[in-house]
Ligand binder design. Structure first.
Ligand code: UD2
Ligand code: MN
Length: 524
């Protein structure tokens, strides 16, 4: 680590919650010289740029959904601070393992990919890094062809593989895995930056327990300024029944609070998927990834369920840190839009036993064709793993199991014949939208405690407005005449053509709703 970072000044920002392990924000002591050094933000004012430069600024933003212009002016070997916590510095490391880093990419920006690779090389002790395997998943940007080969030919540790045709990240990673030679595989996204000391804790943990699947604390690289900011509060993984998508849960929300040690691994029911280490032998034993998963999504949940159910553990390591660019929206497009759902359905079919019905009921009439999963089912049988109920009870007891839904599906208004729609937003306002009959953003469950919930957020009334809330839900009564009364305010849910409001109860049909009782075969 020597020479890579200057002394740091902590500027406070500790949590008041004693159960919450947080780090001070990291800030460089002396002003760094280059742009973006130490992860400080770079602000560009587009109206100060020439017309031509301004155009490339806009294009970079449009193509990548992050500020490529800023990315290009930040050094590909910029320094990052030591993110702590300070106790990590005194840990001693054993080095029984070496790492094969596997990084797949589809149309990654040039400077971003280079920064990812340089950060691995510069921040990994050479004797622990066997190779970096870049897997190009059929990119069509010029710079990822001959120019990439030429650049990387100067770095003997880097190998480039190409899938030939677009496969998606799961099969691209599988190709990397087949060529990897070290005892530990480390998977990384292609828009990351490793912090000093990132690798040692991952390898140490696997040396200690070969069935541990550790991942680093992921710091957020901001898409506009490329500033690197600590991701707080400290969170681990859970998932949503509605789409099996990974979600964060603050460690203060866990039923069993992790040890107060700032350096100990923290168990995580699911992994975010982009950055983790696993013993190559254990990955092989688990049947690697399901090769039937296309483009994006599902593989992280598959591996998480499988690891926990088959004698392993997914863990967050607070001493290992890797930054990741969280894009405004995913810039990568895939030819079949239903593939995320199809991937999730494959995972549900193989791993979730009867609990898969909670996933399926959220898609309404939309049927999902999963393809042949017999090999994956056979794999699960041969591994002799725990069942999904064991996983829920022992690994993720904080996940509410939706057994208490009296109604499931759309909530339709009598006046406008439209439906309540979450619009796929996070913690914002629900709207009224043309009914699709398909569930998804129009899926709601009314629980026996009166909450209206989409397995992720609740309808919540505060200060006379209806919003979506992750943690709290208002309690509703569905009256004989079809109104939805909110218990505390005594007001009624009312539709507009596009809006959803809460109003004094009246006889108007805009306050009359149809909900669908849960079919008997889906009651648990
Ligand atoms: C997260 C994970 C990601 C993966 C995904 C679910 C993090 C930080 N990222 O979403 O690794 O687990 O959830 O699948 O935890 N790519 C291809 N071919 C494709 C699509 C993507 O090679 O068809 C590459 C892409 O260039 C990137 C990596 O796969 O390097 C992950 O894709 P992403 O960055 O779009 O995923 P992300 O971070 O939104
Ligand atoms: Mn990513």
């Amino acid at each position: 680590m020597g020479g890579l970072h200057q002394p740091l000044k902590n500027i406070g920002n500790w949590s008041n919650d004693p159960d919450d392990v947080m780090y001070p924000q990291f800030v460089a002591e002396s002003p760094p010289h280059g742009r973006g050094e130490y992860g400080l933000p770079v602000t560009v004012f587009p109206n100060h740029l020439s017309a031509k430069t301004n155009q490339s600024f806009d294009e970079g933003l449009k193509k990548n959904n992050f500020n490529q212009f800023v990315g290009d002016i930040v050094s590909v070997t910029r320094r990052l601070p030591d993110p702590g916590p300070p106790q990590c510095r005194s840990l001693s490391h054993q080095s029984r393992h070496r790492a094969s880093v596997i990084m797949c990419f589809h149309n990654e920006a040039w400077s971003t990919l280079l920064r990812s690779v340089h950060s691995i090389i510069n921040r990994s002790p050479p004797h622990l890094l066997q190779e970096i395997i870049l897997v190009d998943d059929a990119s069509d940007l010029d710079h990822l062809g001959a120019a990439l080969e030429k650049y990387m030919s100067g770095l003997s540790i880097v190998k480039i593989l190409r899938t030939g045709q677009r496969e998606g990240l799961t099969r691209a990673r599988l190709l990397g895995y087949k060529h990897a030679t070290a005892s530990v595989l480390v998977f990384l996204d292609s828009h990351i930056e490793c912090f000093p000391g990132w690798l040692e804790p991952l390898l140490d943990r696997i040396a200690e327990n070969p069935h541990a699947v550790p991942y680093p604390k992921i710091e957020s690289i901001k898409p506009d300024t490329l500033s690197v900011e600590p991701h707080v509060p400290l969170s681990v993984g859970t998932f949503s029944w509605a789409n099996l998508i990974f979600r964060w849960i603050g460690i203060h929300e866990l039923r069993t609070k992790p040890a107060r040690s700032q350096t100990a691994p923290i168990k995580s029911a699911t992994m975010p998927g982009g950055l983790f280490a696993i013993s190559r032998a254990y990955f092989t034993l688990l049947g690697a990834y399901d090769p039937g998963l296309d483009y994006w999504g599902g593989e992280n949940i598959e591996l998480s369920f499988k690891v926990w159910m088959c004698n392993g553990s997914v863990e967050l390591l607070p001493c290992s840190h890797v930054g990741h660019i969280f894009h405004h929206n995913n810039p990568i497009h895939w030819p079949t839009p239903g593939s995320v759902r199809r991937n999730a359905a494959r995972v549900a079919e193989v791993w979730m036993d009867d609990y898969k019905s909670f996933f399926y009921e959220t898609t309404g009439s939309d049927k999902v064709v999963v393809g042949d999963i017999s090999e994956r089912q056979e794999l699960r049988r041969s591994l002799n793993c725990q069942d999904f109920e064991w996983y829920l009870n022992n690994v993720l007891p904080e996940l509410p199991v939706p057994t208490d839904c009296l109604t499931v599906g759309e909530i339709r208004n009598a006046a406008y014949n439209n439906c309540i729609d979450s619009m796929g937003r996070h913690s914002l306002l629900p709207d009224m939208f043309t009914c699709t009959g398909k569930g998804y953003n129009q899926f709601w469950c009314m629980r026996d405690n009166g909450q209206i919930w989409n397995y992720h957020q609740h309808l919540y009334v505060k200060d006379g407005n209806v919003s979506l809330n992750l943690r709290q839900g208002s309690s509703w009564t569905y009256t004989q005449n079809g109104q939805l009364h909110e218990k505390i305010s005594g007001l009624c849910l009312q539709a507009g053509k596009k809006t959803l409001t809460i109003q004094p109860c009246s006889g108007e049909t805009s306050q009359v709703w149809t909900l669908t009782a849960r079919p008997p075969n889906q009651r648990h």
